[in-house]
Design a protein around this ligand. Structure first.
Ligand SMILES: [Zn+2]
Length: 389
């Protein structure tokens, strides 16, 4: 059997339209069969409805530790984007490969998979793990079940390379991201009878104003050392919906908001502060004999990454022979989740984030080649006995 090249694997992966709202199983089954062809068994961790799955696999000795290559299989939608050609048919042109997911982040996955035939023939002293997740693009909701399953099976990588697009720079930090939905239930009444009801929209407005104060407080607590932009935790309310008519006190209003917290910033503390504000508003209304309730649901909670000084960063930096500082990335990744599980993690992959999520997304061929060398040398450095025995 002839091994596929990185570009050949990428072409196949792009052919699966794994938009987060749809199933990723066709891709996952292709990967499982591909790995099986090279004698590698994989484990699937399905979602609750069985429509999607994570996949993890180990090549080499079944030891704790080892090196992991991690990528998400889902891609963002192409709706309302003006593509020059079919986004799910890879197109090569001018040293670039075009297609949805080429950059974010099937290019990295393809590079890791194309390495498998070679890995399966090597004598590894430590294992190489592959970790493919689903639903990263909608708030990193797929990876936790894979982490749990791997931990249960004593698969605990010592260093994880998360191949999100960094142009092959080493990123050791990003902010966390907590997305919440707050629902306010008021009491409907004729809008002239404000003493008989509670407008959920008015209460929501009050709560949003308080979040605004919290945002300003966060801005005053800057951290300049991690290189994050802006250098403080941010908070924003981004959608709101409520009310049914101009002359009815709204019985419902809901808004979504996100907190992007610096590594080390206590997200739970901010959440608790907001809960306390909500309770204060509700109990004040109750004292006046008016009914209102507020509930907040966390939709996604992605921990920040602070991988500075960890084994994964040290490995990536030495393999790439970096002397300058590592960078921080302005987006959330699964790396924070892996780090939270105790697995040293770093973000480093082909492609530029400025290409991700855009029409005519591409990855440059030179980046894929750099990534191939990077992964090969990382395996040599981390998973091959250097004693020559
Ligand atoms: Zn991504």
């Amino acid at each position: 059997m002839k091994p596929l090249t990185t570009v050949e694997v990428l072409e196949r992966l792009i052919g699966y339209p794994t938009v987060s709202r749809d199933s990723n199983l066709a891709l996952i089954h292709w990967v499982r069969n591909y790995l099986e062809d090279w004698g590698v068994q994989s484990h699937l961790v399905p979602n609750e409805t069985g429509t999607k799955a994570n996949l993890f696999a180990t090549i080499g000795p079944p030891l704790e530790s080892g090196l992991a290559f991690s990528g998400h299989t889902d891609v963002v939608p192409v709706d309302d984007q003006n593509w020059s050609s079919d986004p799910f048919v890879m197109r090569a042109h001018g040293g670039k490969f075009y297609g949805r997911g080429t950059c974010d982040m099937k290019g990295f996955i393809a590079t890791a998979l194309a390495l498998v035939p070679r890995l399966s023939r090597m004598t590894l002293s430590r294992p190489v793990h592959l970790m493919l997740s689903y639903d990263e693009e909608i708030g990193c909701v797929g990876a936790p079940s894979m982490i749990a399953q791997m931990s249960e099976q004593n698969v605990r990588p010592g260093a994880v390379i998360v191949g999100e697009p960094t142009g092959m720079q080493v990123a050791n930090a990003h902010k966390g991201m907590c997305m919440s939905r707050t629902r306010v239930t008021g009491t409907a009444a004729h809008s002239s009878q404000t003493h008989r009801g509670v407008s959920a929209v008015m209460i929501a407005g009050e709560l949003i104003a308080r979040l605004g104060l919290l945002e300003r407080e966060l801005q005053s607590k800057r951290s300049s050392d991690a290189g994050l932009v802006p250098p403080y935790s941010t908070l924003a309310v981004n959608t709101i919906e409520g009310g049914t008519a101009m002359n009815i006190l709204a019985s419902n209003c809901e808004f979504t908001w996100e907190l992007r917290a610096l590594p080390g910033d206590d997200r739970a503390k901010h959440g608790a502060a907001f809960e306390a504000m909500c309770e204060a508003v509700v109990s004040e209304l109750r004292r006046e004999g008016r009914e209102c309730s507020v509930t907040t649901e966390i939709l996604a909670d992605v921990p920040p990454l602070d991988g500075a000084g960890g084994a994964a960063e040290a490995l990536a930096r030495s393999v790439l022979r970096l002397s300058g500082p590592s960078i921080a990335v302005p987006f959330g990744t699964e790396a924070g989740q892996f780090q939270q599980a105790g697995w040293s993690s770093v973000v480093c992959g082909p492609g530029s984030i400025t290409q991700a999520h855009r029409p005519d997304e591409f990855v440059v061929a030179a980046d894929l080649e750099r990534c191939e060398h990077f992964l090969q040398r990382a395996v040599q450095a981390h998973c091959v006995d250097q004693s020559g025995a």
